[in-house]
Design a protein around this ligand. Structure first.
Ligand SMILES: Cc1cc2nc3c(=O)[nH]c(=O)nc-3n(C[C@H](O)[C@H](O)[C@H](O)COP(=O)(O)OP(=O)(O)OC[C@H]3O[C@@H](n4cnc5c(N)ncnc54)[C@H](O)[C@@H]3O)c2cc1C
Length: 463
């Protein structure tokens, strides 16, 4: 527990209106969007809302002096247990720092604070003809600071990459309290070690991000959405790599299996083909004149590899409906079973068919329903286990299945997480991918930057 003197010091730094301490308020910051059950022993001591990098720095200095842990938090929408505090930690919510500071049209960059909501930022730059591509399905509520700390991706990653590919520079409060500026506003810079890359995806363990500089693209003038319908999941998954080897680079290439198709259709009734075993939801963008050519070529490749029907969205409203449906995929399946364990393993594109076969075999072996959807264009699958945490036998089988999925996908040359991060949930498995020596190097970096293990100690790089 924080002693009274420390509480009062925090209140002095921020003012009482920016500190929460009632049990009801603390409860609201003891969980995130991961399926980790709420545990009263993980209640934070205090929740603080700093308004500037200087205030963040003062709090971090106090944490070093008094020895309390800090859990940085954006919107708490991560699904890996990254913003669940340790017992007695102080949760630091960055939502007050929510200004877009500059949009530099000529240099195509922007500066913003970490609490800006991703979609609001995208809308702001699109108003002036610019484009910030990373589009996690949580973009309507997640913060840019959280996106940077997780290196979030999204459907458009197939063509445009992930958050890391857009972050040029950061202002960061280090775990020892110094305010540092990493990177540069230039398109290239090799001055010293690439601290920006180290911090992107570091899940609040190496520093608290207080300002972000991103590069922007010109907004593509037009886009087109099509849906390829397959009677066979395997064939749909084989088609993914074929689209790219056929010379096409779709903006998005999402795969949904029958479980998801039916759950979404139950939820939103937009006319998805219930009899299909899989669909590929594909978007192309660029000059208007190029869209038909791109869509025709992709449709041809899909047909050659087993698609029985191709449906093209006839206008922007119909396309948006399909994407809203895709974004509500997880909400849809939560109507089937109450506990959704969404995995995030990513494999090389050509290994997707084998990865899906392995997941199906694991589901059958453990008598579980595992739906598969994912950003297939970049090999990022979300095998999604539908379970009920009130059923201990089922949850035991889920645990076994999760570990088998990790091992199977790593054996295919994959990674434990394409975009959701390691958090508390995957910390015990991180060494499966990094090896002992690799994990040790990461721990040494953490130890060097955060000698008192102040920032997010629950995430696997700490002890
Ligand atoms: C419905 C749904 C759909 C999703 N879809 C996608 C998707 O398509 N792609 C994808 O990549 N992810 C997706 N996610 C998960 C994704 O990780 C988060 O939505 C998002 O990136 C986290 O943002 P946040 O503001 O909620 O951060 P939080 O969840 O609060 O924090 C995430 C991590 O970052 C740290 N952190 C937060 N802010 C800072 C900061 N300023 N400085 C340092 N560390 C910080 C936290 O300690 C934590 O470890 C989805 C989640 C949900 C619930």
């Amino acid at each position: 527990m924080l002693n009274t003197e420390t509480r009062q010091a925090l209140i002095r730094i921020l003012g009482p209106e920016h500190v929460l301490e009632t049990p009801e308020d603390l409860l609201c910051y003891a969980y995130d969007a991961s399926p980790i059950p709420m545990d009263p022993s993980r209640m934070p001591s205090l929740v603080v809302f700093p308004g500037s990098a200087e205030e963040v720095s003062q709090i971090v200095l106090l944490a070093n002096e008094k020895g309390f842990a800090i859990c940085p938090r954006g919107a708490g929408s991560n699904v890996s247990g990254g913003s669940i505090p340790d017992r007695d930690a102080v949760v630091m919510v960055l939502s007050r720092m929510n200004r877009i500071l500059t949009i530099d049209q000529l240099n195509m960059t922007a500066d913003l604070e970490p609490g800006v909501i991703t979609e609001q930022f995208q809308n702001a730059v699109e108003k002036v003809g610019l484009f910030y591509p990373p589009d996690p399905s949580s973009k309507g509520f997640s913060t840019m600071g959280g996106n940077v700390a997780e290196c979030a991706g999204g459907p458009r990653g197939a063509k445009y990459g992930v958050t890391r590919d857009y972050v040029l520079a950061l202002e960061v409060v280090m775990p020892t309290g110094e305010i540092v500026h990493t990177g540069a506003r230039t398109m290239k810079s090799v001055a010293g070690l690439d601290l920006t890359r180290l911090l992107v995806g570091s899940e609040g363990t190496l520093g608290i991000i207080t300002r972000i500089t991103v590069r922007l693209l010109a907004l593509p003038p037009a886009k087109k959405t099509l849906m390829a319908i397959f009677p066979d999941l395997e064939k749909a998954s084989e088609t993914v790599a074929r689209i790219f080897t056929g010379g096409m680079v779709p903006t998005t290439l999402e795969l949904l299996d029958k479980t998801f198709i039916n759950a979404i259709e139950d939820y939103r009734q937009i006319g998805l083909p219930r009899d299909a075993e899989a669909i590929l939801l594909i978007e192309v963008d660029g000059e208007a004149e190029s869209l038909d050519r791109q869509a025709d070529r992709i449709a041809e490749i899909c047909r050659q590899h087993g698609a029985t029907r191709i449906q093209v969205a006839k206008d922007a409203a119909e396309a948006e409906e399909l994407w809203i449906a895709r974004r509500s995929a997880f909400a849809s399946v939560s109507r089937i079973k109450p506990s959704i364990i969404g995995e995030d393993a990513t494999v090389p594109r050509a290994a997707i068919p084998q990865a899906i076969r392995e997941v199906q075999a694991i589901a059958a072996r453990h008598r579980l329903t595992i739906g598969v959807l994912g950003h297939a264009g970049d090999g990022n699958l979300h095998p999604t286990i539908l379970a009920d945490e009130r059923d201990p036998d089922e949850m035991r089988r889920v645990e076994l299945a999760v570990e088998e999925i990790f091992r199977a996908l790593l054996a295919l040359g994959g990674t434990l997480s394409g975009e959701h991060g390691i958090g508390r949930m995957k910390s015990p498995f991180l060494n499966l991918e990094t090896g002992k020596a690799g994990l040790e190097v990461m721990r040494r970096i953490k130890q060097a930057l955060d000698p008192k293990n102040i920032l997010n100690p629950a995430i696997g790089l700490g002890d």
